[in-house]
Design a protein around this ligand. Structure first.
Ligand code: SF4
Length: 386
């Protein structure tokens, strides 16, 4: 297939659904986590949950970068325009994430803070060049996909000797989050989160390749299928996972061969490791402190690190008590389990981060109104496969 609409073909989707239904054993369950918010979005948007037979259950994972950002990190970002009078540049999705004291970056802007929405880190660099008498901070978030562009602007700022530019780095790492979920009490001890396989990220894997997931297949005996974000990609990946589980295999398979290789993008990986190093620990919304799960700016580029420049200290701030984002990001609850879903909490008035970004599970379910899979989630888990 060459064109995007071919990956949305209804007849092919029905054929794939028929194959999944024919091959899924009704006597067992297939609990499959889609790690990425992009897959969550596709599953909701195209009603993939409605096409799956009862034994196949999709579980949303923590792969939405806006959703996993803890309140304490957004509070740090808000300090910069309001207290340091810096220009804070960030992606649109970050603007509405609720922070402490009923604030968000958007509300900070309404209070006079200079918060600017940008489309790429290069925009922040241009703003810094155009405002040499102001501090300009790029609030960088995202998984491995968005890290190389951040590394690039830091190197460019160094080359230009740009003294008024820095980055508040919140880049996080996919494999560490998967490990955290597989080691969680819900998976290891309580058995309340049966997991039989993963749909691996699409864009992230273009950078890191398929190799890092081999550990999960080998050590945890969990099959992984890397898939693109189109509906047929997701359905093909589900079929491949069902087959692996039926055959007792736990391997890394790559459905997204048009973009992902085993090694990934070596040039991007080299760039990232030149500019960033691992943090010992980093707080994720829902997952708590996750060891070696995020990046910080290396000493060689310390002058571009907003945390050092402004002596910022992250505080842990509890989520709104009504919000179930933490449990949803760990895969143990569904958006419909939240009492304020769709009533008090909507995309226009998000109470938690999962309702902000289109990749968030709550926003995806709210926007596309697919509620059949809520019933699937509340069904007691049958025999756990593999
Ligand atoms: S519906 Fe809103 S409050 Fe409830 S879990 Fe989702 S984001 Fe949080």
């Amino acid at each position: 297939m060459r064109y995007i609409d071919e990956f949305r073909d209804g007849t092919l989707a029905r054929n794939l659904a028929a194959s999944i239904t024919a091959e899924a054993d009704p006597a067992r369950s297939y609990n499959l986590m889609e790690f990425c918010g992009g897959h969550t979005h596709a599953i909701s948007r195209y009603g993939i949950g409605d096409l799956l037979p009862p034994p196949v259950r999709m579980i949303h994972g923590p792969g939405c970068p806006v959703c996993v950002l803890p309140i304490g990190r957004i509070d740090l970002a808000i300090q910069l325009p309001l207290e340091q009078h810096a220009i804070l540049c960030t992606y649109g999705d970050c603007l509405r994430v609720p922070a402490s004291n009923n604030l968000s970056l958007l509300k900070a802007k309404a209070r006079g803070g200079d918060v600017r929405m940008i489309y790429s880190p290069a925009d922040a660099l241009k703003i810094a060049q155009a405002n040499p008498d102001r501090e300009v901070v790029f609030f960088a978030i995202g998984f491995e996909t968005t890290t190389p562009p951040t590394a690039l602007v830091i190197k460019e700022a160094a080359r230009l000797n740009l003294a008024n530019f820095s980055v508040l780095c919140n880049h996080v790492l996919t494999p560490a989050a998967i490990t955290n979920i597989l080691e969680s009490p819900e998976v290891r001890q309580l058995g309340t989160l049966p997991l039989d396989g993963f749909i691996g990220p699409a864009h992230v894997s273009t950078i890191i390749g398929s190799q890092p997931y081999e550990f999960f297949a080998e050590e945890y005996r969990k099959p992984v299928v890397i898939a693109g974000f189109e509906p047929l990609d997701v359905m093909q990946a589900i079929l491949m996972l069902v087959r692996q589980i039926n055959e007792g295999r736990a391997e890394v398979e790559n459905e997204f061969t048009r973009a992902v290789t085993r090694e990934g993008n070596l040039k991007a990986q080299a760039l990232v490791s030149e500019v960033f190093e691992l943090r010992r620990t980093f707080e994720w919304r829902g997952l708590g402190q996750v060891p070696y799960s995020a990046l910080r700016i290396r000493e060689a580029f310390a002058e571009f690190d907003a945390e050092r420049r402004f002596k910022l200290e992250t505080r842990t701030v509890p989520d709104n008590k009504a919000c179930e984002c933490g449990a949803i990001l760990r895969g143990v609850k569904h958006p419909r389990d939240c009492k304020v879903f769709g009533t008090v909490c909507t995309p226009d008035n998000p109470i938690g981060s999962c309702m902000v970004s289109s990749e968030g599970a709550c926003a995806a379910h709210y926007s596309y109104g697919r509620f059949k899979d809520a019933a699937i989630v509340s069904r007691p888990a049958a025999t756990t496969a593999a």
